[in-house]
Design a protein around this ligand. Structure first.
Ligand SMILES: Cc1cc2nc3c(=O)[nH]c(=O)nc-3n(C[C@H](O)[C@H](O)[C@H](O)COP(=O)(O)O)c2cc1C
Length: 183
């Protein structure tokens, strides 16, 4: 059974739904009823600062608290959907911090994080002001997928701005209906 994990990287305040989530929820509406969905707002989670211990201790303990929650959600998913606005032409900090944790999780003895993640597919839903200038962020995600051995499923982009701005992007809304629907 398919299980989609939506990792929302917007930093909108609680209760304020951003454009990227709006677009991702449109895409999720097209999923079959039997596909499970988990939505996590990274901004509501307390991930620890990442410390590079690759060339000192060389390994990391199993994460705890919210980091373990994200790890478990990733491992439970068949499909990871990064719900990511573009911040400064790049990856928003909540998601960057999360991705940095992956470097630790690669080195948790017995976890086998890379081999397990390599069974999964990676999708991106993004919004920003300018599609062309979103490309560096999208390329970063594609390269992350490649590094992890995950199947890259591509990106859905919409024109964002103030909340609900993306509802005026008819092309994005039409693309959303078919984005996750591809097998
Ligand atoms: C800190 C910050 C940096 C941003 N940087 C860019 C950018 O580099 N390029 C761009 O087109 N839009 C940029 N934006 C605009 C957002 O990408 C846009 O409003 C997006 O739709 C916000 O997503 P959300 O509504 O899901 O939170 C930035 C917004 C913020 C808050």
């Amino acid at each position: 059974m398919k299980h989609y994990l939506f990792l929302n990287a917007s930093t909108r305040e609680p209760g304020h739904v951003g454009n990227t989530e709006t677009l991702a929820r449109r895409a999720a509406q097209a999923l079959p009823a039997e596909a499970a969905q988990t939505w996590l707002a990274l901004v509501e989670l307390q991930l620890p600062a990442f410390v590079d211990r690759r060339h000192t201790a060389g390994s990391y303990p199993m994460p705890e608290g919210d980091a373990k929650r994200v790890l478990d959600a990733l491992l439970d998913a068949t499909d990871v959907v990064l719900v990511s606005p573009v911040y400064w032409f790049s990856v928003p900090s909540p998601l960057k911090l999360c991705l940095d944790q992956w470097s630790a999780w690669l080195r948790v003895p017995g976890l086998d994080f890379k081999a397990r993640m390599a069974q999964k597919r990676l999708w991106v839903v993004a919004t920003s002001g300018d599609r062309a200038k979103a490309q560096p962020m999208l390329d970063s995600y594609r390269l992350c997928a490649e590094f992890m051995g995950m199947e890259w499923k591509g990106a859905l982009w919409g024109k964002g701005g103030a909340p609900d701005a993306v509802l005026a992007d008819a092309e994005a809304l039409a693309a959303a209906a078919g984005f996750l629907a591809v097998a």
